[in-house]
Design a protein around this ligand. Structure first.
Ligand code: FES
Length: 193
């Protein structure tokens, strides 16, 4: 799908958002679109979806850092053209979450300021019902399962369920209307190896 496809789909949505699951470089991903530029200056109470840069806490509750800290180092990590690409392996047991694939209270087409769990536009892992909010951008940590090393990553927030932390972002660039992943951050994808 091109960016234009996501924009067209979002125009049919109540909240101006859209998403789709796919494969990038052989790994499962979910791409989510929010009309961030149009909505970023409106108050959250207006209900207009936008990306939210947030503080991140690991699974023990320890403060990890702010999403903007990493954007300051590499601005390509911030959503491009209103789009994010998310690594689609659940941080619980590595199942593959989808985007709004299940119609229930967690995945209905709505948007929650602050990255909460009431309302939808979520990535939903059907295995054990973990939810992730693609608009709530944070820092977090995870572990390479093979060698035990810990890494810090920019990702989206876990909003509910047994997953311990959120999912990593794969930064993107636009080549015209084509969405291309940036391969600099593949170490973020090692927790299921
Ligand atoms: S593997 Fe996703 S909730 Fe268990």
């Amino acid at each position: 799908m091109t960016r234009e496809d996501f924009v067209d789909e979002a125009a049919k949505s109540n909240t101006g958002t859209s998403g789709a699951a796919g494969v990038w470089n052989g790994v499962p991903v979910v791409v989510n679109y929010v009309d961030h530029d149009a909505n970023k200056s409106t108050p959250a109470s207006s209900g207009k979806a936008r990306y939210q840069s947030m503080e991140g806490y690991d699974e023990t509750g320890k403060y990890v850092g702010h999403f903007d800290d990493m954007v300051d180092v590499d601005p390509r990590i911030f959503p491009t053209g209103g789009l994010v690409m998310i690594f689609g392996r659940c941080t619980h047991l590595c199942c593959i979450p989808g985007w709004q694939l299940v119609s229930n209270t967690f995945t209905e087409d709505s948007w929650t300021p602050g990255g909460g769990d009431d309302g939808g536009t979520k990535l939903f892992c059907i295995c054990h019902s973990s939810r992730f909010d693609p608009t709530a951008l944070e820092l977090n940590t995870n572990r390479n399962r093979a060698n035990g090393s810990t890494f810090t990553y920019a990702g989206i927030r876990r909003s509910g369920g047994p997953a311990p932390v959120g999912l990593p972002l794969i930064p993107i660039q636009l080549n015209g209307d084509t969405i291309e992943g940036i391969t600099d951050y593949t170490d973020w994808l090692t927790y299921c190896d």
